[in-house]
Design a protein around this ligand. Structure first.
Ligand SMILES: CC(=O)N[C@H](C=O)[C@@H](O)[C@H](O)[C@H](O)COP(=O)(O)O
Length: 230
């Protein structure tokens, strides 16, 4: 897939992230694949998928949907854990991801390699690279290193304290100002259709929504809390 083809597929549209953490009742490749098919049928322009040991999920989803697949694999939940090494990036590419999503923060990578080495490995196999960043400087550096897309995925997740409730719309605006021609992905805590639309207004090319669409446990807890006696 070329960067132009991917951009044309997702511009102005919704991407759905179909993932479930370890211990979650939906942590099952077949269940997540059905979730991905439902999201695609509902209008998702692409699917983001894969989690801890997520390579089999990427392969199954890529075989089941006819929209682009953004794949990743997670190694734990601390430090650099989203497709953290060159080897992980190669595995996600080999599983059939059209785009490989990986941590592109400035934190040390577990294999000691530069971000550019992962980008190069993905490009060598004809896939694209989505850089998951937490700051403007990381986004600018990832684009300079050759990333095909920059996503705000990790904003709020690199500090010791919990992330805020809402999305980081300010980072979208900053990235758009610094990278006028880049494919900028709004991702992280977009919990309503209105907030997703606002991200496009702030300059995002497209928006990834995960939890609010694909985690019935989280959705249920919100309804249950609203009905709980105060
Ligand atoms: C920080 C991290 O590990 N983010 C992960 C990245 O793949 C996923 O767990 C998120 O669900 C995804 O980014 C979508 O975000 P939200 O679920 O907030 O719509």
């Amino acid at each position: 897939m070329t960067p132009e083809t991917f951009a044309a597929a997702v511009a102005g549209r919704l991407i759905v992230s179909c993932q479930a953490g370890e211990g979650h009742p939906l942590r099952d490749t077949a269940a997540l694949t059905r979730m991905a098919r439902a999201a695609a049928a509902g209008g998702a322009a692409a699917i983001r998928c894969g989690g801890v040991g997520g390579v089999p999920d990427v392969a199954a989803v890529a075989a089941a949907v006819d929209v682009p697949v953004i794949g990743l694999t997670k190694n734990g939940t601390a430090g650099v854990f989203i497709t953290p090494t060159v080897e992980a990036a190669r595995a996600v590419t080999a599983a059939g991801a059209h785009v490989v999503a990986a941590d592109a923060t400035f934190r040390p990578r577990p294999d000691g390699r530069a971000l550019a080495a992962s980008i190069q490995a993905v490009h060598e196999e004809g896939a694209l690279f989505m850089a998951d960043v937490s700051t403007l400087d990381e986004g600018v550096a990832a684009a300079a290193a050759g990333a095909d897309a920059v996503a705000t995925t990790l904003s709020g997740y690199t500090r010791p304290h919990p992330p805020p409730d809402g999305p980081d719309l300010g980072l979208i605006s900053e990235l758009r100002d610094a990278l006028p021609d880049a494919l900028i992905v709004a991702e992280g805590r977009y919990h309503t259709p209105e907030s997703a639309a606002t991200a496009l207004g702030a300059g995002a090319t497209c928006v990834v929504v995960g939890t609010a669409i694909t985690d019935p446990q989280w959705i249920t807890s919100r309804f249950a809390a609203a009905l709980a006696p105060s």
